[in-house]
Design a protein around this ligand. Structure first.
Ligand SMILES: [Zn+2]
Length: 69
C-alpha cells in the first residue's frame, strides 16, 4: 500500500464530483472510462452508479474495500 515512509493524510469526504475533491479521498476517475472510479490505495475500480439526472448516490466515492473511510 505504501512504502512506510510516506505518511498518508486521513481521507476526506469529497464535496463534489471533481478530480481534485476525489483525490482527497484517494479516489481518481479512470481515464476515458466515463465514470468509473479507482481507489488509489488498493487499485479497486468501481462504478459510482450515477442516478437519473446525474445524481450521485451517498458514499459513491467510497472504495468497496473501505480503504478510504
Ligand atoms: Zn481501496
Amino acid at each position: 500500500m505504501n512504502n512506510g515512509n510516506e505518511v498518508l493524510q486521513a481521507p476526506q469526504r469529497p464535496r463534489r464530483f471533481s478530480e481534485r475533491e476525489l483525490a482527497k479521498a484517494y479516489v481518481e476517475i479512470v481515464p476515458s472510462s466515463g465514470i468509473l472510479l479507482q481507489c488509489k490505495l488498493c487499485s479497486e475500480v468501481w462504478s459510482p452508479n450515477i442516478q437519473r439526472g446525474g445524481k450521485l448516490p451517498r458514499g459513491y466515492w467510497k472504495c468497496p474495500r473501505h480503504c478510504n473511510v
